[in-house]
Design a protein around this ligand. Structure first.
Ligand SMILES: [Zn+2]
Length: 536
């Protein structure tokens, strides 16, 4: 799920929550449903996106109000005269799916590149303003302050074939199966049109898409590649739904052909999903999956080609080296975190916040210079950045009748030992959680709320420390609501054994793994003693 933009920004990107409704401007990077989920309940003008994204969206949701949208095309800059901070936004190709763009925001909040979903290539990045690009290893003349980066395959260390090479693999696979009188292409996802266009051109045939059975797909292809569509079912090429139950349906198609003594149809799936996720469907094991340069047949008879619309880790690292941004956060949560990337570990995590850092403004926090200076240079802040509790525990800005935001007074209730990383917060969407709490404690501002999100270690253990001072800030309010008791200090040990049921439920609801218990030191010592005794 896309993450919310920090509260100091007057715009949202790809989110349609109550929180994002409160922003004055809304941006949609592309028309994939995980980025437009909730848009039907959204009625706040304007939503900026490309003309094609708007058309694709109206094809998916005909009931959407067209007048909510404002068009921005690749290469176009729009100046937005926001009452709080005027800014300019420019759209750049994201190499993801038709109509997909990255947005570059430039204003008093700094310079922010939001990639949406992207497959970053040199062509994409060299379209950005020259001042943001490194040259011959020398940092750019202007550094991007923040990059919100698509880290979907950030854990995917193997190099991914480029789209052109993947498409060639699909064509080669079809050439090698001349006996297949029917070829099913699982290309029903927005962004896979290029495969169909190339197949159509290579074999001089149009592709059958059932308009009646699949009106949404037909509508989308009719907008993007109408020239390759046919309603003639006798065409050799058919689009095959990739979801749901692809493997069952594929096996059924093959069995049906066999039962009718027909030639075996060819079923080709061009996606990175199988390589990245579908472990249980791999017949060839991890070795087979490593062969990205060739097609691989699985147990069910489906031929796989690795076709990715997202950047590999290698591509992300290269892009970050080129852009050399000051901060990086993942656009989505929780599949991968930007903080796992080598660039971020090396260049971002070691940096400290200073009182003059634009990050404070981005987070809409008024900074008391002395306090921050003391905290930021304090002995107890060796690696992670110190961020005041208000940032995660305070209320959201509220919109007044005239549409302006009334900012809450933000003092800095800083505490010793309190650490929250920007990355950890973005990753865990902690803001959302505390927004819920914030509603419950709206009349209790000023109470002390202390949260620590330690960096996720390689062992995947997430340590969450929450301390609520005074009687009932979050824990007890939640307990009352849920009818069960949550210990406000029970989460401090980092062990799931000590997490309250509500907190465990919360982790699960956010699709975040419940922290695994850390091994007990006493137990370890005990085991060690026993082993030592046995030896003697
Ligand atoms: Zn997408």
């Amino acid at each position: 799920m896309p993450i919310e933009m920090p509260r100091g920004l007057p715009f949202s990107v790809d989110t349609w929550s109550v929180r994002s409704q409160m922003k004055r401007h809304h941006f949609l990077t592309h028309a994939h449903k995980d980025h437009s989920s909730g848009i039907l309940t959204h009625s706040s003008f304007p939503i900026y996106c490309t003309g094609l994204t708007k058309s694709l969206l109206l094809n998916q949701y005909p009931q959407l109000d067209e007048s909510l949208f404002l068009r921005i095309e690749v290469g176009q800059s729009i100046f937005i005269d926001d009452p709080d901070c005027e800014f300019t936004v420019t759209a750049f190709d994201a190499n993801h799916c038709p109509g997909a763009v990255m947005f570059l925001f430039e204003g008093s909040f700094g310079s922010i590149l939001h990639t949406g979903d992207c497959r970053l290539t040199p062509e994409c990045l060299y379209c950005l303003p020259e001042k943001y690009i490194s040259k011959k290893g020398i940092q750019p003349t202007h550094r991007l302050d923040y990059v919100f980066l698509d880290c979907t395959f950030g854990k995917f260390r193997q190099p991914l074939p480029c789209k052109r090479s993947s498409i060639q693999q699909v064509i080669n696979c079809i050439w090698k199966h001349p006996a297949a009188t029917v070829v099913y292409l699982t290309c029903d996802l927005l962004g896979q049109e290029d495969i169909m266009v190339s197949v159509s051109q290579a074999f001089g045939s149009k592709i059958f898409v059932d308009k009646v059975a699949n009106p949404e797909l037909f509508g989308a292809l009719n907008l993007t590649v109408p020239e390759i569509l046919t309603q003639d079912e006798s065409s050799r090429f058919h689009v095959f739904d990739g979801f749901p139950n692809l493997y069952k349906r594929a096996a059924a198609k093959l069995a049906e052909a066999k039962a009718n003594s027909q030639p075996e149809p060819l079923i080709v799936r061009a996606s990175a999903q199988w390589y990245a996720c579908d472990e249980e469907y791999s017949c060839t094991g991890s070795e087979g999956k490593l062969r990205f340069d060739t097609v691989v047949k699985d147990l069910y008879g489906v031929w796989h080609v690795c076709y990715s619309m997202h950047s590999s880790r290698e591509e992300l690292e290269w892009a970050l080296q080129l852009l050399a941004p000051r901060w990086v956060a993942s656009t989505t949560t929780p599949s991968c975190s930007a903080m796992e990337l080598d660039y971020v570990k090396k260049h971002c995590l070691a940096s400290r916040l200073t009182p003059g850092d634009p990050l404070w403004k981005l987070l809409d926090i008024r900074v008391d210079g002395d306090d921050v200076s003391t905290q930021c240079t304090g002995k107890n802040s060796p690696v992670v950045e110190r961020v005041p509790a208000e940032m995660v525990g305070g209320e959201s800005p509220t919109k007044s009748k005239n549409g302006s935001f009334s900012k809450l007074p933000c003092t800095l209730p800083l505490y010793e030992g309190q650490t929250v990383t920007l990355f950890g917060r973005a990753r865990l969407r902690i803001e959302d959680s505390f927004e819920k709490c914030g509603q419950l404690v709206s009349d209790k501002i000023g109470r002390e709320l202390q949260v620590e999100i330690a960096r996720e270690e390689e062992s995947d253990v997430v340590k969450v420390k929450q301390q609520v001072e005074h009687s009932s800030v979050c824990g007890e309010e939640l307990s009352e609501k849920d009818g069960s008791k949550v210990s406000s200090s029970g989460a401090a040990s980092g062990s799931s054994n000590n997490l309250g049921e509500n907190l465990k439920r919360y982790y699960r609801s956010m699709n975040v793994p419940v922290p695994r218990p850390l091994p007990s030191l006493l137990k370890l010592l005990d085991n060690h003693k026993r082993r030592t005794k046995r030896r003697f």
